[in-house]
Ligand binder design. Structure first.
Ligand code: FE2
Length: 246
C-alpha cells in the first residue's frame, strides 16, 4: 500500500527533503501518550524514514500531574532510544529531544527556576488547553520572551476557543508567538472545522513551522492521505522553514 503512495507525487509524504526536521512528535518510549515501548518507537521511525524524513526533535509532554516529565527523564529516554537504534543498525535517522510545555502554573515555576528544553537554540514549543486559554496567557508569553525564549505555539488551528474569535490569532502573532501547524490538520483527522481553520491560517501566511505531532501509526496512516494540491502548495514553503531548526 505504501509503495503505491510513494509513487504518488501529489502526496505530502513525498515532500520531505533530507534537511527537513520534524519539530513535534511523541516517539520516546513510555513517557507520555505517544509510543508505548521501544518497538513502537522504532515502528514510527521506520515509517517516517520511508517518507524521506531523517531528522526529528521529539517533544514529550510536560504537563503537571499528567505527564511529570523532566529534562533528566526525557534525556534518559532519548539516550535509550538512540542506543537501541544503533544496536539494530539504524544509523541514518537523527533523533534529538525538546519538549511540549503546557502553559499552566507549573510551567511558570519551571520558567523561573530551570533551563527549559528547547527545539533548537531559544525556540520553545508550548501548548494550551483546547477549551480554555490561561487567563494570563499574554503575560506568560511576555515572560517567556523576557527569559530569552521564542515561543512556538503548537497546533493553533486545534484551539476551539479561537475558532469563533479569529482576531486572537493575529493578536498572538503580534505578541511574539510563532505558530506550528500540525500536518495532520490538513487531513480530516481532527475534523473538518480544524482543517478549514488550518487552511485559512495557511492562506493568511500565519504559520512559521510545521510538525507531525505523531503519537502512533494511525496518525501516520492519516498523514499518507494528505494529497489536496491546493493545501500542499500552501504548506510547501513552511516545510522549508523547518530546515532552520535542524
Ligand atoms: Fe503534541
Amino acid at each position: 500500500m505504501f509503495s503505491f503512495l510513494k509513487k504518488n507525487k501529489n502526496n505530502l509524504t513525498n515532500l520531505f527533503s533530507e534537511d527537513f526536521v520534524d519539530i513535534h512528535s511523541h516517539i520516546l518510549p513510555g513517557i507520555d501518550d505517544g509510543a508505548k515501548n521501544l518497538d513502537e518507537s522504532v515502528a514510527l521511525i521506520e515509517r517516517m524514514r520511508s517518507y524521506g524524513i531523517k531528522n526529528i526533535v521529539t517533544t514529550p509532554h510536560i504537563m503537571e500531574s499528567v505527564w511529570d516529565n523532566t529534562p533528566a527523564i526525557i534525556n534518559g529516554k532519548l539516550n535509550e532510544l538512540n542506543a537501541h537504534l544503533k544496536s539494530i543498525g539504524i544509523n541514518d535517522f537523527n533523533v534529538k529531544a525538546g519538549a511540549e510545555y503546557l502553559l499552566d502554573s507549573h510551567f511558570n515555576k519551571l520558567l523561573n527556576t530551570e533551563k527549559l528544553l528547547t527545539i533548537k537554540d531559544q525556540y520553545l514549543l508550548v501548548e494550551i488547553s483546547y477549551m480554555n486559554a490561561p487567563l494570563n496567557l499574554y503575560e506568560i508569553l511576555f515572560n517567556i520572551q523576557i527569559a530569552g525564549y521564542k515561543p512556538i505555539l503548537a497546533h493553533p488551528e486545534r484551539y476551539l476557543l479561537f475558532h469563533e474569535n479569529f482576531k486572537e490569532y493575529t493578536k498572538l502573532k503580534e505578541a511574539g508567538c510563532l505558530f506550528q501547524l500540525n500536518l495532520l490538520s490538513l487531513s480530516n483527522y481532527y475534523g473538518k472545522h480544524v482543517k478549514k481553520v488550518a487552511q485559512k491560517l495557511l492562506e493568511e501566511k500565519q504559520y512559521d513551522f510545521v510538525g507531525s505531532d505523531t503519537h502512533n501509526l494511525r496518525h501516520l496512516d492519516f498523514m499518507e492521505k494528505i494529497n489536496d494540491a491546493k493545501l500542499l502548495k500552501l504548506v510547501t514553503p513552511i516545510l522549508e522553514n523547518n530546515k532552520l531548526l535542524k
